[in-house]
Ligand binder design. Structure first.
Ligand code: SF4
Ligand code: ZN
Ligand code: ZN
Length: 325
């Protein structure tokens, strides 16, 4: 008769019940073997792309999400020297509060050091306020948010004497950006998209140890490992082009398991063979006149100019309020 049941997928290593079937790798594993396998993969890629060594100090940028906390857990477990950096963006009260709480809890449970930079406390405005005041990106906060994050991460890494700055970008993130840049034939961006960006004139080395790890592999890791992370994405991510490309790529992956990884690896290979050699150019960087951080703009860097503008607007508003009868 008809088979009404389906065989549970078995772990390739021990025959136990698999928690994750990775069709893209033709591999299914049980919880225990998965928790061994994933960090081994990450370590392989750290070594393959020469991201950092066990002697070097790594600053891990954490947001409270699965990728960054999962990454920090893996690096710590592998015996790398890590500290964390959490940037308080002041986005939608409970989103920011909860992501900070989970990041702090994660660090405390493991006795790890977490540096916290709260943008509103330190500089005087939250990211949404900043977006409105500066009128950059027509009030959408992502452009000022990115600018602030990049600046604060680089400065924290340099001032803290870290050899590398690690972010939790996973394969799905990288491939979505790759697809977007390919559709735009954005040669400059394509030339700079890589697992490792070497340090240069005041810019710290940037590494993405999860660049070959699928998003669902990170979700599974955090669930099996019992890491408490924030499930919600930033509310401003909704409707973004990245999410749109991710959805398309997920459809392709469904029909052709491994499509995303294939696309990414072929890109890296093409790059290695010099496909973007002509486009690659080093921006002319020099220290900002005010803060000393590297910038390609003449005089002050865009971070300093942005916050100058905020101060000016705030002073004007305050003066107007005082002058009002
Ligand atoms: Fe910042 Fe949220 Fe935009 Fe990401 S989606 S850049 S966290 S405002
Ligand atoms: Zn097993
Ligand atoms: Zn500056």
């Amino acid at each position: 008769g008809r088979r009404l049941w389906r065989c549970a997928v078995k772990c390739r290593k021990c025959g136990g019940t698999a928690v994750l079937n990775m069709r893209q790798h033709k591999l299914a594993l049980c919880g225990a073997h998965y928790l061994e396998w994933l960090p081994e993969q990450v370590e392989r890629f750290i070594e393959k792309y020469r991201m950092f060594t066990r002697q070097e100090k790594v600053l891990v940028a954490v947001s409270g999400g699965k990728d960054s906390l999962g990454l920090w857990d893996i690096l710590h477990g592998l015996g790398y020297r890590t500290e964390g950096l959490y940037i308080g963006l002041g986005i939608a009260q409970d989103y920011s509060d909860e992501s900070r709480r989970l990041s702090e809890q994660f660090a405390a449970e493991r006795g790890l050091t977490l540096h916290v930079v709260d943008i509103a406390q330190r500089f005087g405005a939250t990211i949404p306020e900043l977006a409105v005041i500066s009128n950059r990106g027509h009030g959408k906060p992502c452009s000022v948010c990115g600018l602030n994050k990049r600046y604060i991460m680089n400065r924290a890494a340099l001032e803290g004497g870290f050899d590398a700055l690690a972010t939790g970008h996973n394969l799905d993130d990288e491939v979505a950006v790759l697809m977007q840049n390919t559709f735009n034939w954005a040669g400059g961006y394509l030339a700079r998209q890589a697992p490792v960006l070497a340090a240069s004139s005041g810019l710290t080395r940037k590494v993405k140890p999860l660049c070959r790890i699928y998003e669902r592999e990170m979700t599974a890791y955090c669930l099996v490992r019992g890491i408490a992370y924030i499930y919600e994405e930033c509310p401003h991510a909704e409707g973004s082009t990245t999410i749109y490309y991710k959805e398309i790529l997920n459809k392709m992956e469904e029909d052709r398991p491994g499509a995303k990884l294939q696309f990414y690896l072929s890109f890296l290979q093409a790059k290695e063979q010099g496909l973007f050699a002509g486009v690659e150019h080093q921006a002319d960087l020099h220290p900002c006149q005010r803060c000393g951080q590297p910038t390609s703009a003449p005089g002050e860097c865009s971070f300093c100019r942005l916050w100058d503008k905020v101060q000016l607007v705030k002073r004007t508003v305050a003066a107007q309020a005082e002058a009002a009868p």
